[in-house]
Design a protein around this ligand. Structure first.
Ligand SMILES: *[C@@H]1O[C@H](CO)[C@@H](O)[C@H](O)[C@H]1NC(C)=O
Ligand SMILES: *[C@@H]1O[C@H](CO)[C@@H](O)[C@H](O)[C@H]1NC(C)=O
Ligand SMILES: *[C@@H]1O[C@H](CO)[C@@H](O)[C@H](O)[C@H]1NC(C)=O
Ligand SMILES: *[C@@H]1O[C@H](CO)[C@@H](O)[C@H](O)[C@H]1NC(C)=O
Ligand SMILES: *[C@@H]1O[C@H](CO)[C@@H](O)[C@H](O)[C@H]1NC(C)=O
Ligand SMILES: *[C@@H]1O[C@H](CO)[C@@H](O)[C@H](O)[C@H]1NC(C)=O
Ligand SMILES: *[C@@H]1O[C@H](CO)[C@@H](O)[C@H](O)[C@H]1NC(C)=O
Length: 465
């Protein structure tokens, strides 16, 4: 979804002197590392043979010392990744560790199982000048067979960055999707729209780029400066038992953003944030999102699609067994008006979704355009088809519980609604049963444009004529 798809009118480079501050405080004792075998332990593992253990403490990191540990982490990564062992565990023990932006890059040629075991609480540097816009705080790239686990927490310390992100969602400007962001060492992107100045800081907490066979499990992310977790060009990715939190008014803190990836599976997670719980961008295929509790947040979104030329199609999405509570959208598909290229999103199934007081439980919006630039009203050229909404139930906080607004130029094809039971949430007060007492089903309605949906089973709201 999210955000900031907007004309960048000017960029500013804030160059801040930070090397001094950093280097004077980096007591990374490289000496520890002279004898490689003393910095690591080889343990026997019944199943896998031997696993090389690499602990950040062997490289000078100390828990609960309020200083930057980036160098120690990098040194530990270097050893883990360049190891000739096929199984390596990189250990970040309990306690608090401050780290700056850090890249864990592959290829790790001879390592086929690399586990990063985070037990501690990592805190992101609050020195914004250290970050590259569009980059991650913790970035994993070009690695095969990474597992990230351990029960630890990634604390993005976003509160100090949020005031800069005043390019607010759904009003005047929307952010670039992750791929488009520029990979340059600037800190603040200045934007302007109708002479109003906005700024953006695009620093994602956990970014995965070009990864194959990744597992992330039992990890918490709190208060990201921008997206919590972003995947770009990943294959075979599995995320489970994640706990993602940020305040409901924190800007652009999407829980999970996926782009140009395939065979991605997220399950059994809890996402409470200020933007989309999950956003599925262009070029994705075979994506499964299951057993996610979402809210507060902006729901689960496909898109926005069709902003740029040469976007790739989205196909094969399944979202099932999810619960949305107090979110602004439940399931949303959003494409830009006047899209520069042709693309498609097809074969998407949304099944067994519970809505609890959701503003727009089911919404397709193909005329997304926050700019005056699209007064021409050229319809979206993103073709939507084979969309299944099955067994969607619960409450809507607004009367239009189902909104299917497709493109005049490319009407949606093969949209199915099967057993939709949405009722108006009782206003205010009561928490338990929000179903309105007067039956509710007349109280909610459907709104359709350029689509002839097929209805199966029972329907509330009643179908469009
Ligand atoms: C490295 O450490 C190991 C284990 O402590 C020791 O056996 C070995 O001799 C050391 N090698 C060197 C080059 O110091
Ligand atoms: C990886 O394994 C190959 C073949 O066993 C070996 O030649 C090479 O030196 C190893 N590379 C590293 C970084 O250990
Ligand atoms: C991931 O797999 C793809 C397809 O097999 C391959 O092209 C790519 O190089 C792999 N990435 C890495 C980091 O090995
Ligand atoms: C957004 O934040 C920037 C930097 O803090 C500030 O210069 C600008 O005036 C703000 N714009 C709005 C619309 O609040
Ligand atoms: C998720 O994280 C938040 C914030 O750290 C915490 O309050 C909450 O208990 C966690 N929930 C679960 C299910 O772990
Ligand atoms: C639709 O997507 C599902 C789930 O990704 C996949 O299993 C199925 O084969 C796809 N169907 C078609 C016709 O491509
Ligand atoms: C439902 O959400 C609306 C705002 O979207 C809020 O004003 C209302 O109090 C909520 N109702 C319940 C029962 O939580």
């Amino acid at each position: 979804m999210s955000i900031v798809e907007m004309e960048f009118t000017n960029f500013h480079y804030l160059r801040v002197l930070f090397f001094l501050a950093l280097s004077s405080h980096s007591f990374v004792i490289r000496g520890d590392n002279k004898n490689i075998t003393s910095a690591a332990n080889r343990v026997r593992n019944r199943d896998k043979g031997s696993v090389l253990l690499v602990d950040v403490r062997s490289f000078g990191a100390r828990a609960n010392e309020h200083r930057d540990h980036t160098k120690a982490f990098e040194a530990a990564w270097d050893m883990a990744c360049k190891s000739s062992s096929s199984s390596v565990d990189l250990i970040i023990p309990r306690g608090e560790f401050y780290v700056g932006p850090i890249r864990f890059s592959g290829p790790c040629t001879n390592v086929s199982h690399l586990t990063v075991r985070v037990k501690g609480h990592l805190k992101a540097s609050t020195d914004l000048s250290k970050y590259r816009s569009g980059g991650g705080w913790i970035e994993f790239g070009w690695i095969n067979g990474l597992t990230l686990t351990g029960g630890g927490t990634f604390d993005g310390q976003g509160a100090l960055a949020w005031p800069f992100n005043n390019c607010t969602t759904d009003s005047h400007c929307k952010l670039l999707p992750t791929v488009r962001t520029l990979d340059k060492p600037f800190e603040i992107i200045n934007l302007s729209y109708k002479k109003i100045k906005f700024s953006m800081l695009i620093f994602q907490s956990l970014k995965f780029v070009g990864m194959n066979r990744t597992i992330i499990r039992r990890i918490s992310s709190v208060d990201s400066k921008f997206f919590h977790i972003a995947l770009v060009q990943c294959r075979d990715f599995k995320g489970t038992r994640l706990n993602i939190t940020a305040p409901s008014d924190s800007p652009n803190t999407d829980g999970i953003h996926i782009e140009r990836s395939s065979n991605v599976y997220f399950s059994r997670s809890h996402i409470a944030t200020g933007d989309d719980c999950v956003s599925i961008g262009q070029g994705n295929s075979q994506i499964t999102i299951t057993s996610i509790k979402c809210g507060p947040g902006h729901g689960i979104s496909v898109g926005s699609l069709g902003r740029y030329p040469n976007e790739k199609d989205v196909k094969g999405l399944v979202v099932r067994d999810c619960k949305m509570s107090g979110t602004t959208n439940g399931i949303r598909i959003k494409t830009w008006a006047d899209s520069p290229g042709l693309s498609a999103a097809t074969n998407m199934t949304f099944q067994n979704i519970i809505m609890n007081n959701v503003t727009n439980p089911i919404i397709i919006d193909q005329s997304y355009c926050p700019f005056s630039a699209c007064t021409s009203n050229v319809p979206s050229r993103v073709k939507l088809s084979e969309i299944y909404f099955k067994n969607i139930r619960g409450t809507s906080s607004t009367r239009v519980a189902v909104q299917l607004h497709c493109s005049e130029g490319m009407p949606c094809k093969k949209v199915y609604l099967e057993n939709v039971h949405l009722y108006l949430a009782s206003s205010g007060g009561g928490s338990g049963k929000q179903q309105s007492s007067n039956g509710g089903s007349e109280a909610v309605s459907s709104s359709c444009r350029y689509v002839r949906a097929k209805y199966i089973g029972t329907q509330s709201p009643p179908p469009c004529d």
